[in-house]
Design a protein. Sequence first.
Length: 251
Amino acid sequence: MQHFFAKPENITKEQIRIDGADVNHMKNVLRMKIGEEVSVSDGISDTEYRCEVEAFLEDEVLLKIRFVKEDGVELPAKIILFQGLPKADKMELIVQKAVELGAAEIVPVAMDRCVMKIDAKKEKNKIERWQGIAEAAAKQSKRGVLPNVTKVMSMKEACKYAQELDVVAIPYELAEGMEATKGWLQKCSDAESIGIFIGPEGGFAEKEVALVEEIGGSAISLGRRILRTETAGLTTLSILMYHLEIGQENN
């Protein structure tokens, strides 16, 4: 079943209007038929609408709501991934998989040891590209919330943004043992918002770790092996997703 996002204002009690690029995709790529079943989310809540295609108009597709599912697929906490800018096209993979694993927001961060530097003139196009990847991944994984990719932030800006979150962690290669990791996961059980800082290929500068710790963040270990930047964030998200979903089932 295909999944789409609709603007909240396009959703009424009985009908949903799909507009924008999805109209051409539904008509000419998927070649959908009247009566075909689809699922729709509004991008801001965990509600899923099960619908059937009712009519194809010039600039819109009309869907008839069959029933509404209130218990969607979102995690109980909002997770924000603060990702140090990686080399080449690794960010595209990171955005895609982070969305599949439940991240609500991805913040690209220009850290001291980032090899990749984004020119201000190219940043807008990069963000639009990453946002498109996030939307496609959200549709594929049938997310209720459409994750956001923010502008590129400095480390100080990212820490200021993260200080409002309930729990923050920074997986760090010099952190020893798993006790801090266990403690952080327990804090996450009751949190409504969680931040994860991931360093670039060169790792974190000591002063960056200190900045995260100053806002109450915990330096944690992901084990004895050194993980690549594109692996570390996804590993942390996977562990967190499992922990939160087990907690949901036990409540």
